[in-house]
Design a protein around this ligand. Structure first.
Ligand SMILES: [Zn+2]
Length: 151
């Protein structure tokens, strides 16, 4: 597999120039290819290292402050694809938390217990996501990635 260092698009080995900008293509190292194949939820390679290092702080906010963090990140770094990726993940987590809380409140006792467990799980997921941002990664949030909305 080859990729364009300018546009971050990937091409087959048969391609010589980028279809987008016409620039020369680089060969993706085997190791990176394997990692990408093993983890389809890891989108780190889709974002530029510059974007990741510049906007890491904003990308953390949706996990730390839920909807408020989402709004701040949207206002602070709307042009950053890395931040927007984490905004979507954070939004997904926040929406799921609210749904769980609402459903849990309606059903007495059993619902409260189930909602309590789910909220703790979601909190752990948020912490995992937060540390991934610290490492400059863009992986889909575990568990909630299976929910089809907000892809
Ligand atoms: Zn290109």
């Amino acid at each position: 597999m080859k990729f364009c260092p300018n546009c971050h698009l990937t091409y087959d080995d048969t391609a010589n120039v980028c279809g987008q900008c016409g620039g020369p293509l680089s060969v993706i190292p085997q190791q990176v290819q394997q990692q990408a194949a093993y983890d389809p939820t890891d989108h780190t390679a889709e974002f530029s290292p510059q974007d990741i290092s510049d906007n890491k702080v904003f990308a953390m906010l949706p996990y730390l402050m839920s909807f408020i963090g989402v709004i701040i990140a949207l206002l602070a770094a709307p042009a950053s694809p890395f931040t927007m990726f984490h905004v979507r993940q954070g939004l997904k987590l926040s929406v799921v938390s609210i749904l769980v809380t609402i459903i849990g409140t309606i059903i007495p006792i059993l619902g409260w217990i189930a909602a309590g467990i789910c909220v703790v799980i979601l909190l752990v997921v948020e912490i995992i996501c937060f540390f991934r941002v610290c490492k400059g990664q863009a992986k889909e949030a575990p568990i909630v990635k299976n929910f089809g909305f907000l892809k």
